[in-house]
Design a protein around this ligand. Structure first.
Ligand code: SF4
Ligand code: SF4
Length: 237
């Protein structure tokens, strides 16, 4: 053990009133901010001056929206077949794959009178909670029918929890030209496999939207006459 008491440097005072361990004569530790040096100040301003001549990084958002990378992970979309039927079969694999528990799915059976997808089942309820979603993309990897994909849309901020839980109606892709909205019948003579093999490329002639009884719509024969107070809007037979 060294003989501390005999160390000649210990307790040796400097001109500023401190010894070489930063302890003043009263034994208190001196803060570095209490001894600013001119050199340190100049160095600090040097950083400021250097930054003044750098290219500015200011984004003119939202007036200018920077394009994303082509495979950017943005808002989800539920896709349709070329005739308008939905690709989702309500299997819930996306919900199982999600590490953030952000997806809720309820499947239901199609019927010939009310068909939403070519096969046996469809996604009756579909929700994604964007307060939980981390946009990792595991759900779209898990989807067996390519029903679920991600778009490049990243403007997902809002003020309420409810508005950030996107419903099936918000996530379902819009109708392209020639498509008929669901529910409607499968292409005559086609099978579910024909849809997934890409053999159905357009809507069958004469296809009309069916009545969504499960959503509370009434068949034409049971609807109140047009123009009355009880007449629903926008439902076609
Ligand atoms: S992107 Fe990731 S976190 Fe978001 S819903 Fe899909 S699996 Fe869940
Ligand atoms: S989006 Fe895909 S994985 Fe999710 S329920 Fe529909 S078919 Fe299944």
């Amino acid at each position: 053990m060294p003989d501390v008491g005999k160390d000649p440097d210990i307790g040796k005072a400097s001109d500023t009133g401190t010894d070489e361990r930063g302890t003043d004569r009263l034994g208190e530790q001196e803060s570095p901010s209490e001894s600013p040096s001119l050199l340190a100040s100049v160095a600090g301003f040097g950083v400021t001056f250097k930054a003044m001549f750098k290219k500015r990084l200011t984004e003119q958002y939202p007036e200018y929206k920077k394009p994303t990378a082509p495979r950017f992970h943005g808002r989800h979309q539920l896709n349709r077949h070329p005739d308008g039927l939905e690709k989702c079969i309500g299997c819930e694999l996306c919900a199982w794959a999600c590490p953030a528990d952000a997806i809720y799915v309820e499947g239901a059976d199609n019927t010939d009178e009310e068909r939403y997808s070519p096969g046996e089942r469809y996604g009756r309820v579909y929700q994604i909670n964007y307060l939980r979603c981390i946009l990792c993309g595991l759900c779209i990897e898990a989807c067996p029918t390519r029903a679920l994909t991600m778009t490049n849309e990243y403007e997902l901020a809002d003020r309420t929890r409810e508005s950030l839980i996107y419903t099936k109606e918000e996530l379902l892709a819009g109708l392209e030209e020639g498509m008929v909205d669901t529910p409607h019948a499968i292409y005559p003579g086609a099978t579910e496999d024909d849809y997934y093999l890409g053999k159905i490329t357009e809507v069958a002639p004469g296809t009309v939207r069916q009545v969504a009884v499960s959503k509370g719509e009434l068949p034409a024969s049971q609807r109140p006459a047009a123009g009355t107070a009880d007449s629903p809007e926008g439902v076609e037979a």
